[in-house]
Ligand binder design. Structure first.
Ligand SMILES: Cc1ncc(C[n+]2csc(CCOP(=O)(O)OP(=O)(O)O)c2C)c(N)n1
Length: 575
């Protein structure tokens, strides 16, 4: 019988921990590991075209399953390409292990071909990054890496030279045999008492919830019901908070709209739960601010905080609920809900498909996707305007999921994340809302959809621009520059890559084409020619920004581009 190699042991440990696929691009220093993967039936090698895709895909899998996902890159450039995707995984706090193959161990430090130092390179985007320099370290280093990624939620990297992977294993089997910890964290009884008193004495509480509210939907709603508190959510909280929620008043911040903004600004107590919502200017100045977070280091990073509690959302709210009184004052809630109704109406009015009107409103495209998508669809949205349309027009229901690059904010995330979603959830409908800039940035992996037989549906919002940046420039009073995209016909391009390729030029074509794509038994891409000038500005506009807009208009008129002026009156988001 062939002797077990370090690479075999590595694959065995991963398989035993439930890893079913590894995303990556092969290369000499990885050959030992890919060869062990080939030899096992338990783990599939998911061959993508760019390592960044591999990292994003692993991150998507980890986000959807809550379990460890794995990506790999060969030495030097191969693992450098992982970095941006790993930053995204790390900042989104999803457990991902990266296997960074390294040059031959006896060449390290000599400036050898493709030499880099992964321990330094990955330091900022991982909780743990170690080099395996002899077989005796395995599987211990790998197991520590896995434990760290899972327990601290984030990235761990194992750098392993190709020659070490091919050496005989010293230990013969995995060392760790325990289930993942399922502990809960609750503030002390005294703290819960104080928190209850605070809440009971507030008439106008607003809740701001984030991804930390996952799994605490019922508790959150019960809390809001008792305290008649409107609930604002951050983008990463959308999939966990928005559905079946009579207290929902939408979002604030750069993606949000006026009702979320005003609910936060008009409260006397802001209760932040499981959120690291980043924009300081959207926090109230005069309200008492209470923050509950599982991670103490997170508290007070964004705003002044008057009272802080370390605990998870579910157990903290559960402990709190019996101590809360019913709030007799419901004016704040009523006003916030009414505001939301109006804001929602305004948003809905922007999502119409005026017959014959070109270019098409992107909001309409998002609305149609929302209406046609499966009840348990997984959506991914590119950074840029697709994230805004996702925030505003995709409806959650507790089964649907959303993937994005909401903390790291990297372009080109949607297609790679859709790949990870579809690989790990073969039976589910996966839809990528892609920008034309975003899809082009990792275009090579459109080819992966056919090669890997993944029936992902890609909807390209084709506005021939880096439109979000263009909008930022306008808001800052800068004439837009460097944002034009000269695009191919993405539908033809997709067709030549073996996908169903469709192109919607009029609103009338949007629904039938998206329907056809969703029904298609295989990957499909629909490019929709959408309006480049669609306004997607934040809920309040500061004086500075108004000035910016006027300045932009002036400059645009002076440079003969008056026709491109954004029609501010078109939106009622600023009310
Ligand atoms: C890797 C990376 N490069 C640049 C940016 C800055 N950026 C943010 S959104 C955006 C435009 C995205 O364009 P596109 O995908 O076409 O979407 P649109 O906003 O036009 O709908 C850019 C360039 C970024 N976030 N990430």
């Amino acid at each position: 019988m062939a002797r077990k190699k370090v690479a075999d042991l590595l694959v065995e440990v991963l398989a035993k921990a439930g890893v079913r696929q590894i995303y990556g691009v092969s290369g000499d220093s990885l050959n030992g590991i890919t060869d062990s993967i080939r030899a096992t039936k338990q783990i599939q090698w998911i061959h993508v075209r760019h390592e960044e895709t591999a990292a994003f895909a692993a991150g998507a899998e980890a986000h959807l399953t809550g379990r460890l996902a794995v990506c790999a890159g060969s030495c030097g450039p191969g693992n450098l390409h992982l970095i941006n995707g790993l930053y995204d995984c790390h900042r989104s706090r999803v457990p991902v292990l990266a296997i960074a193959a390294q040059i031959p161990s006896n060449e390290i430090g000599s400036g050898y071909f493709q030499e880099t130092h992964p321990e330094h390179l990955f330091a900022q985007c991982s909780h743990y990054c170690e080099l395996v320099s002899q077989p005796e370290q395995m599987p211990r280093v790998l197991e520590i890496a896995m434990q760290t990624a899972i327990s601290r939620r984030g990235v761990a990297v194992v750098a392993i030279p190709g020659d070490i992977a091919l050496r005989d294993a010293v230990e013969q089997s995995p060392r760790l045999h325990f289930e993942e910890a399922q502990s809960s964290v609750t503030p002390s009884t005294q703290e819960i008492e104080t928190l209850a008193k605070l809440l009971n004495s507030s008439k106008k509480t607003t809740i701001l919830g984030g991804a930390g509210c996952a799994g605490a939907h019922a508790e959150l709603i019960a809390l809001a019901a008792k305290r008649k508190a409107p609930i604002v959510h951050a983008m990463r909280g959308k999939e966990f908070i928005e559905y079946d929620n009579p207290f929902d008043v939408g979002m604030t911040g750069l993606l949000g709209f006026s009702s979320g903004y005003h609910a936060m600004m008009n409260c006397d107590l802001l209760l932040m739960i499981g959120t690291d919502f980043p924009y300081q200017q959207f926090y109230p100045k005069d309200a008492t601010i209470v923050q509950i977070d599982l991670r103490g280091e997170q508290i007070g990073r964004r705003t002044k905080v008057d009272h802080a509690y370390v605990g998870d959302a579910k157990s903290t709210i559960s402990a709190l609920l019996p101590k809360l009184n019913d709030n007799a004052f419901d004016e704040h809630l009523k006003a916030s809900l009414e505001h939301y109704r109006k804001a929602r109406k305004g948003l809905d009015e922007l999502a119409i498909g005026d017959p014959g009107k070109k270019p098409i409103h992107p909001q309409y495209v998002a609305r149609v996707i929302d209406e046609l998508a499966a009840k348990d669809a997984v959506f991914s949205c590119d950074v840029g305007t697709p994230t805004i349309w996702t925030a505003r027009y995709l409806t959650m229901n507790g089964s649907r999921r959303i993937l994005g690059s909401f903390n790291h904010g990297s372009m080109a995330n949607a297609l790679p994340q859709a790949i990870g979603a579809q690989v790990s959830h073969p039976g589910r409908q996966v839809i990528s809302l892609s920008g034309d800039g975003g899809i082009a940035m990792l275009l090579g992996d459109l080819l992966s959809l056919r090669q890997l037989k993944l029936p992902v549906k890609v909807i390209v919002f084709k506005n021939d621009a880096l439109a979000f940046v263009e909008l930022e420039m306008k808001a800052a009073g800068i004439v837009d520059f460097g944002t034009d995209l000269q695009n191919p016909n993405f539908a033809d391009l997709a067709a030549s890559a073996g996908l169903l390729g469709l192109r919607a030029e009029t609103p009338e074509q949007v629904r039938p084409m998206i329907t056809e794509a969703l029904r298609h038994d295989g990957p499909a891409l629909v490019e929709v020619l959408v309006n480049r000038q669609e306004l997607s500005m934040p809920p309040t506009i500061t004086l500075e920004q108004v000035k910016g807009f006027s300045l932009f208009m002036l400059k645009a008129v002076l440079s003969g581009r008056g026709d491109e002026i954004v029609d501010l009156a078109k939106t009622n988001l600023f009310r």
